[in-house]
Design a protein around this ligand. Structure first.
Ligand code: UD1
Length: 343
């Protein structure tokens, strides 16, 4: 039961690798470590008690990806590998179109080229999409049939890959494809051995808050307190990365057992404001998280949370963990690894 994880050394990929081992699968990590660290592989071995095979290289190298597929004959592929910084995507759109769209095309071509060969399993793919495809939603909670749009090149790439998968599946109905629209993944494995390790100053709220709590930054800038939300700050559907990882396992099992493609939201169904996150993190860490109110961040929406009904009905999956658990696990990771995976 081999499962190939492109970008498997990254934040969500590494947690999914652990969940797959626990569910009896054999993950294989494909990664070029462009936004991750090789040290994660040793951490994964410590958590799982098994050595997870590593294929080091670039998903854009189609012949090489074909050779990896021939070697491991995975019953499923999870495509995490992509760039994800919104601001960078505005400054360097071609990088995002190349890596995110080109990377998906390369992987799909490799899967297509090898699918008809002897002993190759039916092509089965789980794709990492994002709630960013809903743009500025007209209302909340968001169901999967909401209209899609994009406000930056990063979001555009997720939309284009979703559309490519729809076209591919129309042409080749034997493909089994799960499109997973993540809301806001946060937290870390409870061991404190793996977690989110942003290369630079974090763009996202939770890792920034964690770095304020540990003293790496003086204060959090809260981007806007005049949104039409209960306390005026932005509201998001934060989901524990362990719940998200479990969602991937459930999606793979559903594809393999039912053989039908689907698109689902992976969120908790409830929103928390920036100030609620700050307060929860202070409780979890016992440290103050000073903040100042700053102007709104361009492109931000007021509120965004999922209707997770379809995921529960289709996958039998539901997010379990609370905001307090997300903060406690993010804090354990931050404290134990102040420099992430770097020594
Ligand atoms: C962001 C991206 C989204 C991407 C997702 C996953 C933007 C506009 N959106 O989502 O496309 O899919 O990350 O990586 O970048 N906040 C602060 N101060 C900070 C950081 C964030 O107040 O220093 C606030 C934001 O205004 C927002 C909330 O915290 O209300 C969450 O922000 P963030 O963690 O960046 O996630 P999203 O903006 O939801």
């Amino acid at each position: 039961m081999n499962i190939l994880l492109t970008g498997g050394a990254g934040y969500i990929g590494s947690h999914t690798a652990v969940a797959l081992v626990e569910a009896g699968f054999r993950p294989i990590v494909l990664d070029n470590f462009s936004n991750s660290h090789p040290a994660v592989m040793e951490r994964l071995a410590r958590i799982t008690g098994t050595t997870i095979p590593l294929e080091r290289g670039d998903v854009l190298d189609t012949p090489w990806v074909e050779s990896v597929l021939r070697q491991h004959r995975p019953v499923g592929v999870v495509h995490f590998a992509a760039d994800k910084a919104v601001g960078e995507s505005v400054a360097q759109p071609l990088k995002y179109f190349h890596h995110n769209i080109g990377g998906a095309v390369s992987l799909l071509r490799a899967m297509e080229a090898t699918a008809s060969e002897a002993d190759m399993p039916a092509p089965t793919l789980v794709f990492s999409s994002s709630a960013t495809v809903y743009g500025d939603p007209a209302s909340v909670p968001i169901t999967e049939d909401f209209p899609r749009s994009h406000t930056n090149p990063y979001g555009h790439t997720k939309l284009v890959v979703e559309d490519m998968l729809t076209a591919l599946n129309a042409a080749q109905p034997n493909w089994r494809i799960a499109t997973l629209r993540y809301f806001n993944p946060v937290g870390a494995h409870p061991s404190g051995l793996i977690g989110e390790d942003p290369a630079d100053i974090p763009n996202n709220l939770m890792p920034y808050v964690a770095q304020v709590a540990i003293g790496r930054h003086e204060a959090l800038s809260v981007f806007g307190d005049d949104y039409p939300t209960p306390d005026g700050t932005g509201v998001r559907d934060y989901i524990h990365v362990q719940d998200l990882a479990a969602g991937h396992v459930a999606a793979l099992q559903t594809l393999l057992n039912k053989g039908k493609s689907f698109t689902v939201n992976l969120g908790t169904g409830r929103g928390h404001s920036v100030l609620e996150v700050v307060k929860a993190f202070e409780r979890a860490s016992g440290r103050p998280v000073p903040y100042r109110i700053a102007p709104r961040r361009p492109g931000d929406v007021a509120q965004c949370w999922a209707d997770p009904t379809r995921a529960e009905a289709l996958l039998g999956w539901k997010a379990q963990r609370t905001l307090d658990e997300m903060c406690a696990d993010a804090w354990r990771w931050q404290q134990g690894n102040p420099n992430g995976y770097r020594p």
